[in-house]
Design a protein. Structure first.
Length: 279
């Protein structure tokens, strides 16, 4: 592939919500968009230097975190969070022209999308089977290429790309459905925006008050936390790592002191994922 100056990886094919996020991000810089069929491949592409950056979904307002991204950032890949974008997510039910709602036997989409439309599917298509695909647009491709009465949950814009029809405009259960995307690069960038966020992942000893002691450091400094979540440490059942986002930048000396000194002493492992301007 001929390489432009700046390659941004996203979850393809054309027509995904990730592509919407990628285009929004690229309004600010000239990008060459490179499509991938898995989030891990995007991170691997960034780590290997094939891509300058990748854009990945990390959190949805209905379904919560995209666990795989957090696991990969905490574990095998030493990558940096450099930005975030919030994208409104409206799932439409797409069919081949002429297919009616009562005929639909199977609904295809990304597992996040199926889950965000769970109520709609139970109510409107209780007998239809669900098939998970690598993305919403990948589901649209399969529906377009099949002779079966199938439907895809995908952005309405994917209908034009793949010659489908929008049967139901909005199938998501929550009207303000929104997904947060992170821009991932290799090195961390200094955040100088008016409001910065910083993300870290840490572990603590299994003893009373261990997590409290970490949170206390933030409370004492009047630092506002914006997200905290535990994920399995993948060693033993009941062992966790914690992901925490807060308002502040790693260029602030007080934050540097907190991360490099105070938190280091009361955690058993600490990795800063980066600072970026709040969306
Ligand atoms: O399949 C897509 O269109 C994507 O961009 C992926 C993805 C996700 O993984 O969360 C992005 C936004 C929506 O939450 C549903 C699916």
């Amino acid at each position: 592939m001929e390489r432009g100056v700046y390659c941004l990886g996203y979850l393809g094919p054309r027509g995904t919500f990730s592509e919407v996020a990628a285009h929004r991000y690229c309004e600010r810089k000239k990008c060459e968009l490179v499509e991938y069929s898995s989030l891990e491949d995007i991170l691997r592409g960034v780590a290997s230097g094939m891509l300058e950056e990748g854009i990945v979904p990390v959190e949805n307002s209905t379904e919560g975190s995209v666990g795989i991204v957090f696991d990969l950032l905490a574990g095998p890949y030493d990558l940096a969070v450099r930005g975030e974008l919030l994208v409104p997510v409206v799932h439409s039910l797409l069919v081949r022209p002429g297919v009616a709602l009562r005929e639909i036997e199977k609904v295809l989409s990304h597992p996040q999308a199926l889950a965000q439309c769970r109520g709609f599917l139970h109510k409107e298509l209780p007998a239809a089977k669900w098939q998970e695909c690598s993305s919403t647009a990948a589901a649209a491709v399969l529906v377009a290429g099949s002779k079966q009465p199938w439907a895809a949950l995908a952005p309405a814009a994917a209908a034009d790309v793949y010659g489908l029809e929008v049967l139901i405009q909005e199938a998501n259960d929550c009207p303000d459905n929104m997904t947060r995307f992170w821009v991932i690069g290799r090195e961390q960038l200094p955040c100088t925006a008016e409001v910065c966020k910083t993300s870290l992942v840490f572990s603590v000893c299994d003893r009373p008050g261990a997590l409290y002691l970490v949170l206390r450091e933030f409370a004492l400094r009047d630092i506002n936390l914006t997200r905290i979540e535990s994920r399995p440490a993948k060693r033993r059942l009941g062992e966790y790592i914690f992901f925490l986002d807060f308002i502040g930048s790693t260029i602030d000396p007080a934050i540097q002191n907190l991360l490099l000194s105070d938190l280091k002493e009361i955690t058993t492992g600490l990795k800063v994922l980066g600072s970026w301007g709040q969306a």
